[in-house]
Design a binder for this molecule. Sequence first.
Ligand code: CA
Length: 236
Amino acid sequence: MHLLLIEDERKLAAFLKHALEEESYSVDVAYDGETGLTMAQQRVYDAIILDIMLPKLDGFAVLSRLRTQGDTTPVIVLTARGTPEERVMGLDLGADDYLPKPFHLEELLARLRSVLRRSSPEKAIRLQCGDLILDTRVRVAYRSGKEIPLTPREYALLEYLMRHKNQTLSRSLILYHVWSDIGVDSNIVDVYIKRLREKLQLPNSPPLIQTVRGSGYRLRDPASPLPPPPPEPQAP
Ligand code: CA
């Protein structure tokens, strides 16, 4: 799950980014409305957390432009100005939820889960690959009915692989979706893949995560055939 946080209070932004990453979300941060709007227009986020009092372009203007452009990404509005009129204004402009500051982190997490659930019914709650099952609501993995203890980052990596099972995913793609930070060494992908393999491995079961030489990794569902390879380029 990829989030955009638009918040000019640096300390709060840093705290929220860290806390959300602990919950396995990937988080991009913008510190003013203009940058935030540009980022929201340039890529697809699962949800946006939007402060109202922002330099350059306030949160209401960001929200209104996004909605005018047909962007339906769920938006949770954060604001210190918690008057009922403003709440109504935010909701009228198309905010999905509204959280007055100061708020408890747990409250934000709960509302985030709620807007994500509402916005993406097509996103499976239960992902399956052979005898490996992921319950994405509670973020728990099972293999052959046995729970596999995973760190939040291992979980995020596994969920990403499972949502794209049978596809070859390059290290840079994995890095981008699971770590979001540029500047992380791509070796970290190999380290985490190795850990996941060890945790997922069962005696007498085929390995699920395959290395595709020169390309990356693939989570292979033993039950479904691989898609056909792309056609060979034809000589003129
Ligand atoms: Ca602010």
